[in-house]
Design a protein around this ligand. Structure first.
Ligand SMILES: NC(=O)c1ccc[n+]([C@@H]2O[C@H](COP(=O)([O-])OP(=O)(O)OC[C@H]3O[C@@H](n4cnc5c(N)ncnc54)[C@H](OP(=O)(O)O)[C@@H]3O)[C@@H](O)[C@H]2O)c1
Length: 257
């Protein structure tokens, strides 16, 4: 039985992906920093009869990311990779205080995700099957004043996912970019986003709903998945409106009252 590696499996969407994979009888490798929370997720999964390996990992450390892959594949085949771990920060780009968190978001959202893809693809090609589910965001479709670095990281994830998916055309390895909008997890609290206008105009979707849709669409190799009607509008509008207008409107939405 091949294994599923899920990053950011201690909270939010990652917990939901773990729940879905366990329900399907898939063995799990769970990574994030919080060992205690991962253990709780693992216990629930084991109760469904699957094997679970918990690997506490700080994905902002490139060496730890390589080590995670080495541990995950030690005697195991991994045919599903869910690159879900991610973080953001709300605020002024010019504010020197935010650099630590912005650096972590670049390291986790972009570097770790890219490295894991790069390690996973040849492994999956050797198995002649594999699915990579990268959690991007609707933020990836627009520049995001007040959340500039986060939007840029997600634009990177979206672009990388589509490009590599095309390179893999005709093989049994697929790449899917899941682009949720506001989703009810700890993300907003963690990113200091309480009070942003977005949360007043868009009701967050349930994490379970977003994860189910992403998982299902990744199974059939869909390249881009945008859950929810409102988010589809957010993803589509930048294609028809001038970039300057899109950026202004996003600035308004991502700002605080
Ligand atoms: N919630 C939303 O509205 C929303 C919308 C669009 C996209 N997304 C994306 O969805 C993904 C999951 O986020 P979420 O909403 O589920 O948020 P969340 O509840 O805050 O979960 C984030 C996960 O990432 C992990 N993580 C953060 N820093 C890490 C690090 N340095 N090393 C390893 N793991 C790390 C966290 O685990 P530890 O703290 O235990 O390390 C946690 O498991 C992210 O990529 C996010 O950008 C979320």
């Amino acid at each position: 039985m091949a294994w599923t590696l899920i990053t950011g499996a201690s909270e939010g969407l990652g917990v939901e992906f773990a729940r879905i994979a366990a329900r399907e009888g898939r063995n799990l490798i769970l990574a994030a920093r919080s060992a205690d929370k991962l253990e709780r997720v693992a216990e629930d999964a084991r109760a469904q009869g699957v094997e679970v390996l918990v690997v506490p990992t700080d994905l902002s450390d490139p060496a730890a990311t390589d080590q995670l892959w080495a541990t995950a594949t030690d005697g195991r085949s991994v045919d599903v990779l869910v690159n879900n771990a991610g973080l953001g920060s709300n605020g002024d780009f010019a504010d020197g205080q935010s650099w630590g968190r912005e650096l972590s978001s670049i390291q986790v959202n972009m570097l770790a995700l890219t490295r894991l893809m790069k390690l996973a693809i040849p492994h999956m090609q050797a198995l002649d099957k594999g699915r990579i589910l990268n959690v991007a965001s609707v933020a990836g479709f627009t520049p995001g004043p007040n959340m500039a670095v986060y939007h840029a990281t997600k634009a990177y994830v979206l672009s990388l996912s589509e490009a590599v998916a095309e390179e893999l055309r005709g093989t049994n390895v697929t790449v899917t970019a899941l682009c949720p909008g506001a989703t009810a997890t700890n993300f907003f609290e963690d990113a200091d986003m309480n009070g942003v206008r977005l949360l007043k105009i868009a009701k967050p979707m349930k994490a379970s709903e977003v994860a189910e849709l992403g998982w299902l669409q990744a199974r059939i190799g869909k390249r881009i998945v945008v859950p929810g009607a409102m988010n589809k509008v957010f993803a589509f509008l930048p294609r028809i409106s001038p970039r300057g207008v899109t950026t202004r409107v996003t600035s308004m939405i991502m700002g605080k009252h």
